[in-house]
Design a protein around this ligand. Structure first.
Ligand SMILES: [Zn+2]
Length: 341
């Protein structure tokens, strides 16, 4: 199977960062945004075809992995679900990336995580947890293959990336109506088909949010719908505790509380309400492309943001596998400051 050079480059970048993981006191969250005149190019990001090739190659290599196509995007791209299913009696965690197509570093991190799950050192963990991953949910938006103009978008490169699907719908506002093919595939063939306990919905936010005066590396939030079962929300807070403890302790992570709405059309809320899944939103700093400059982050920040996502994926899978998520201390939520700006 041909390995994609660009995907390989992204993985090598992430792997190098993980190996050289000695935390420094550098405030990496202060990496320049587009307004700081850093060049932003999309050419270093994995394309849809490169992601698909990578997943096919990993599927051929990894015994524990299964690759399923759960449906097609508006433009006919297959939507891939990566599955590690060991035992239906074990807990299941679902990771969702790129509901918004211009939020891609979480996808790069997911590819690295999938590769790491094929290494022998994770074989034991995979016996104690079922893992489901959707690496590039909104593939048309990610490839800029949409039915509206992206001429005003700022990043340089062969493609633009946009929040919306090809029909210019925000998929993360479609979790009640489920009118788009991507959302329907997720609900019918993943959320309704597997007994999922936990879910992390991975996103990117703007570049300018701060806590205690410093730019955040990201922000987290549990379901805030009034319809959500308090026990489900408590599970979300425990999952958030695992993320916070592991990212904040790195020395470079700086996490705020996301300020989010209560509508059930949002995945974090609607999926918790409809399926009783303990969902967590994790927003990484800065988007890969946008028409609004303060949202776009320079690529000098790619390394630590990919690493932040990898830490999130790795630590939560472990915590669900070893059961430590069930006793995680949620008291930090009472004092976690809401991000400003
Ligand atoms: Zn998003």
């Amino acid at each position: 199977m041909r390995r994609s050079t660009r995907t390989t480059a992204a993985l090598t970048l992430a792997a190098g960062l993980l190996v050289g993981s000695t935390a420094t006191a550098v405030a990496v969250g202060e990496g320049p945004d587009y307004g700081g005149n850093e060049v932003v190019t999309t050419s270093i990001l994995s394309t849809y075809d490169e992601v698909a090739d990578f997943l096919t190659a990993q599927d051929a290599k990894q015994d524990a992995m299964e690759l399923e196509v759960i449906g097609q995007s508006v433009k006919g791209r297959d939507i891939h679900l990566v599955k590690y299913l060991s035992d239906p009696d074990k807990p299941t965690i679902l990771y969702l990336a790129q509901q918004h197509g211009n939020e891609q570093l979480t996808t790069e991190a997911m590819l690295h995580f999938i590769k790491s799950l094929g290494s022998g050192q994770n074989a034991r963990m995979l016996q104690d947890v079922n893992i489901l991953l959707l690496p590039m949910f909104n593939a048309d938006g990610a490839m800029g293959d949409v039915n509206f103009s992206l001429d005003d978008y700022l990043a340089k490169g062969e493609r633009h990336l946009t929040r919306y699907n090809a029909n210019e719908v925000d998929l993360n506002r479609d979790h009640v109506a489920k009118e788009q093919p991507e959302t329907r595939a997720l609900h019918e063939n993943v959320l309704g088909a597997y007994d999922v306990d936990y879910m992390i919905d991975l996103h990117h936010q703007g570049t300018q949010s701060r806590v205690d005066g410093d730019l955040v590396s990201g922000s987290i939030l549990y379901p805030t719908s009034p319809d959500a079962d308090p026990a489900v929300v408590e599970g979300s807070k425990r999952l958030g505790s695992v993320v916070y403890e592991n990212v904040d302790s790195t020395g470079w992570g700086h996490i705020g509380k996301y300020v989010g709405g209560t509508a059930n059309t949002i995945g974090r809320n609607g999926i918790a309400v409809e399926y009783g899944i303990s969902t967590l939103l994790f927003e990484m700093r800065g988007m890969s492309d946008h028409e609004y400059a303060p949202y776009v982050l320079g690529q000098k920040s790619n390394g630590y943001l990919i690493r932040q996502s990898v830490v999130t994926l790795t630590s939560t899978a472990k915590a669900v596998a070893d059961g430590s998520v069930e006793t995680a201390d949620t008291s930090f939520w009472d004092t976690l400051p809401e991000q400003q700006g």
